[in-house]
Design a protein around this ligand. Structure first.
Ligand code: ZN
Length: 246
């Protein structure tokens, strides 16, 4: 659709179906704003992660740590990936956005989620020629939820950088338990041998730049198990990208 018509179309849509801020319910009508469902006041609460951040888990170092190769948060992690980058800290707003997208079918947030990723330092470089691998859901969970939120996030990322591609290289063979209430040890045990390759690894070059995509980086046990599976299959350039850290 030509641009002037797009403007008229979105104006008509906003009149017929007014947009409201996810957090404050304030009515929003600026179709050119960076965010469609977050008011300017709310976007100030988005805690983007800029350098310096931990090279392993991506948590901001706030200038306190001398060694950026790992921080206290990932002290006990034996990473099979080169490093995670998260876009935002999981504060109240971050949690609300991710919860709505993950559990409430809030697909209308896609544009805002892409905007959050686009704010990340060096995002285009990180995505350049990357094979983005969404953390898979178990088929039972996928049937229950109807969609895999990390698959949708991976597709958003591939739109930011055209040289990136999404490949469902992993499948979840173990129907793992929800980890919200688990500690680090329980999470590691829960994720042990949870994934396997979904197709012949020869389909994707072993030297490819792999980027595992998940919604949240908590202890790193899920993405680390994914990375371990990929490493065993012969891949070595494995990184992680997540929307939130917390
Ligand atoms: Zn760390």
């Amino acid at each position: 659709m030509p641009k002037p018509w797009m403007k008229v179309f979105s104006g008509v849509l906003d009149t017929l179906y007014p947009r409201h801020c996810l957090m404050s319910s304030q009515r929003l009508d600026d179709s050119k704003a960076e965010f469609s469902y977050l008011s300017d006041t709310q976007t100030h609460y988005l805690r983007g992660i800029d350098s310096p951040y931990c090279e392993t888990c991506g948590y901001p170092l706030y200038g306190l740590a001398q060694d950026s190769s790992n921080c206290q948060k990932c002290d006990h992690l034996d990473p099979h990936f080169k490093g995670n980058r998260s876009a935002i800290i999981m504060n109240g707003l971050g949690r609300r956005i991710i919860h709505a997208f993950k559990y409430e079918r809030a697909f209308y947030l896609k544009r805002d989620l892409a905007a959050i990723f686009q704010r990340m330092e060096g995002i285009r470089l990180l995505l350049q020629n990357a094979v983005i691998i969404p953390v898979p859901l178990h088929p039972r969970k996928l049937r229950e939820r109807g969609y895999n939120q990390t698959q949708l996030l991976a597709e958003l990322l591939a739109k930011i950088e055209p040289s990136a591609q999404v490949q469902e290289l992993l499948i979840r063979k173990k129907d793992t338990l929800t980890q919200t209430q688990m500690d680090r040890t329980e999470r590691i045990r829960n994720m042990h041998k949870a994934f396997t390759l979904s197709r012949s690894p020869t389909n994707i070059d072993r030297s490819a730049k792999l980027l595992i995509c998940d919604d949240v980086f908590t202890t790193g046990s899920t993405v680390n198990e994914c990375a371990k599976t990929l490493k065993k299959a012969g891949y070595s350039d494995i990184r992680v990208i997540t929307l939130g850290h917390g």
